[in-house]
Ligand binder design. Structure first.
Ligand code: ASP
Length: 325
């Protein structure tokens, strides 16, 4: 295996996706038991290059790297040469010249990772790029759906809330559509991305036979009884450039996952959220504590999927993991 870049969900073929999910499952018991140490990435260094705030993503990559024996090094925009005007291209060339094995990068613009990818020759993982992509979140969400038996053709997932500013939605709908799953976008018009129809992979994939659909509905109450999973999103105020803010109380009333709506959700359906969660705004405490809720599991399983991603991007597989053709 050699070094790989994961910039967009489009970089993953279906076999790649299944291998990453299998590998994540393989790591799961060790992550759940806690405190494991492996030598898979011993002798490597991974840079966590985060230009934007993060708790879950950065901590899970750091813990994954350490569990796998890699030296993980945190670099943020504060305190780095970015403050002195260094460009993304020069940062990539600098880290390349130091022979780091992998860079996990988050940036507030969608393009920075594409520029970085042109100049960094080893493993690269996009940990969130502006309003563009968040492929590692999509991977852990796919894992969460797979563990609930819901990652299969014909299943229907709703994503509710601030879709305009959601890179999570952009990566997820592309992944789900490619697996033949249907996505329902649920939001008021002002929180829908312009040209949302163009997000469907039919606009760039060669052959979309068997792909699932993407539709839009403004009414969460109409959608909930007919889904296998619902993903709630927070208002991403830091990514808003004005004019989109709806009053929180009004928003909760119209779109929040609260008491009466929990009864509309089928018993087998699961509740997801990429975090950070604003309890009482997009989701109630009651929904958080419901047995259908997988939000805490998403965080734990995120560590397993980030173990898999670091191995994959560094081109090393753990001893004992059997590759299926
Ligand atoms: N954690 C996700 C992201 O980085 C979702 C969010 O910020 O609301 O995009």
């Amino acid at each position: 295996m050699s070094y790989r870049h994961l910039v967009s969900i489009r970089d993953l073929s279906e076999p790649d996706l299944h291998q990453l999910l299998d590998l994540s499952e393989w790591f799961m018991p060790q992550v759940e038991a806690g405190g494991f140490k492996m030598d898979t990435l011993r002798g490597t260094s991974c840079i966590l290059l985060f230009y934007e705030a993060s708790t879950r993503t950065r901590a899970s990559f750091e813990v994954a790297g350490k569990m796998l024996g890699s030296d993980t090094i945190n670099v943020g925009s504060k305190g780095s040469s970015t403050e002195k005007g260094e460009t993304v291209k020069d940062t990539a060339l600098t880290l390349n010249a130091m022979d780091h094995n992998c860079v996990v990068m988050r940036h507030e613009t969608a393009d920075a990772i594409n520029i970085f990818a042109q100049y960094f020759e080893r493993g690269l993982v996009n940990a969130g790029s502006g309003l563009g992509q968040h492929p590692t979140q999509a991977l852990l969400d796919a894992l969460t759906l797979r563990r609930a038996g819901l990652l299969e053709k014909g299943r229907r997932v709703a994503i509710v809330g601030d879709l305009r500013h959601s890179r999570v939605m952009r990566s997820n709908l592309q992944l789900w559509a490619s697996l033949g799953m249907d996505t329902v976008l649920v939001a008021p018009p002002q929180l829908m991305p312009d040209g949302w129809e163009g997000l469907h992979p039919e606009h760039w994939a060669d052959d979309t036979t068997g792909y699932g659909s993407v539709t839009w509905d403004t009414d969460i109450d109409r959608v909930l009884p007919d889904v296998d999973a619902v993903m709630m999103l927070r208002m991403q105020r830091e990514r808003m450039d004005g004019g989109y803010l709806t009053n929180s109380d009004e928003y909760s009333k119209l779109y929040g996952l609260f008491g009466h709506r929990m009864k509309k959700l089928p018993p087998h359906a699961i509740i997801m959220h990429p975090g950070p969660v604003n309890r009482g705004v997009e989701i109630s405490e009651e929904a958080f504590l419901d047995p259908r809720c997988r939000i805490t599991e998403q965080v734990t399983w995120g560590v397993a999927s980030r173990c898999a991603l670091l191995c994959w991007s560094c081109g090393r597989l753990p001893v004992g993991f059997a590759v299926t053709a």
